[in-house]
Design a protein around this ligand. Structure first.
Ligand SMILES: O=C(O)CCC(=O)C(=O)O
Ligand SMILES: [Fe+2]
Length: 324
């Protein structure tokens, strides 16, 4: 497939910073120009429109939650919930199949109505309600952040479509019920001297869907370029890291590359981050775009619904702690 402004394979030495002010521009040429920048596997985005206090309040809520006693957090054990909502203890997740568990603890949520109405949404394979700690001032900032970042994700789909030479509204009927997963994460500091034998903050992996990660002030995230070199995602205040995920790789038969990344917190400080993963509705089939398949580039991936796909990925990640 030859896209109108085909990018070269990424051998970046640092992660580009992209101003996304034009995401809402009325000028199609400006939106198209933005699309051509955003197809790199990993970019820092600035002028994303999410108020700083929405981010800070959610990060502070996360700190308060992780400071709770272990028993209170384990009451919300992710394995007790339907479809991976709730708390993961240190080493409970294992993103790299060669790893022994990741050195972070987490708290995961899915979609919930902003009004806080608890009725369960039909998300097919991924249905399941959130579980919440009994913690005053926690749920509101966490949901506020969730909905702000989901809106940003929805604005990006038309830009992805443009980058693929598709009509801008291509994903509109595929993104009607935000299928976003958000995680509050806490990475304790780890010693730089024992990395070969120990778990790292999060093992090398790609995300099942596209992700935004708030830029924490503590450096730990690394992204692999096409030459296999790990590049530090140096914190830049006011930006989010946007990673292309496996869903877009599947839609495009790997014309868009999913970003391989990991995190190692050797900063000596506690690190708190909040990635949000956004994809198409759970009932939508992930099928390669006709323009991305040819006799020279046969389809690489089986067709599967987004919900079945996300679920299978979560099952793999949490399998090693399922029976503990
Ligand atoms: O904490 C981060 O910066 C990255 C987290 C991540 O890669 C993930 O949860 O998939
Ligand atoms: Fe990730």
């Amino acid at each position: 497939m030859v896209l109108a402004n085909q990018r070269t394979d990424s051998t970046f030495e640092e992660i580009p910073v992209i101003d996304i002010t034009d995401i809402s521009s009325r000028d199609p040429a400006r939106r198209r120009a933005l699309a051509d920048k955003i197809r790199d596997a990993c970019v820092n985005i600035m002028n994303h429109g999410i108020p700083e206090d929405v981010i800070t309040n959610a990060v502070e809520a996360g700190k308060t939650f992780f400071a709770l006693p272990s028993e209170s957090k384990m009451d919300l054990d992710i394995h007790k919930s339907k479809n991976f909502k709730g708390y993961t203890a240190l080493l409970g997740e294992n993103t790299d199949p060669n790893g022994k568990g990741d050195l972070h603890e987490g708290f995961d949520i899915g979609y919930e109505d902003p009004s806080g109405s608890s009725s369960e949404r039909d998300d097919g394979a991924m249905s399941g309600t959130n579980v919440w700690p009994d913690l005053t001032g926690f749920k509101e900032p966490v949901l506020s952040y969730y909905h702000s970042v989901v809106q940003l994700g929805l604005k990006l789909f038309p830009i992805f479509a443009l980058a693929l030479d598709l009509p801008e509204n291509f994903f509109d009927d595929k993104t009607t019920k935000p299928a976003a997963i958000m995680r509050l994460l806490h990475y304790p500091p780890q010693s730089p001297t024992s990395l070969d034998n120990e778990s790292i903050g999060i093992g090398a992996h790609t995300d099942a869907s596209q992700s935004f990660c708030n830029k924490t002030t503590v450096s730990a995230l690394q992204v692999q370029n096409m030459q296999g070199k790990w590049i530090n995602a140096v914190p830049i205040p006011g930006t989010f890291v946007l990673n292309i995920g496996d869903q877009l790789a599947r839609w495009t038969n790997d014309v868009f590359k999913s970003t391989i990344h990991r995190a190692i917190n050797t900063s000596g400080k506690e690190r708190y981050s909040i990635p949000l993963f956004f994809g198409v509705d759970y009932d939508v089939l992930l099928e390669p775009l006709p323009s991305c398949v040819s006799p020279e580039m046969p389809a690489k991936y089986e067709v599967i619904s987004a919900g079945d796909y996300v679920k299978s990925r979560l099952e793999e990640t949490y399998a090693h702690s399922a029976d503990k």
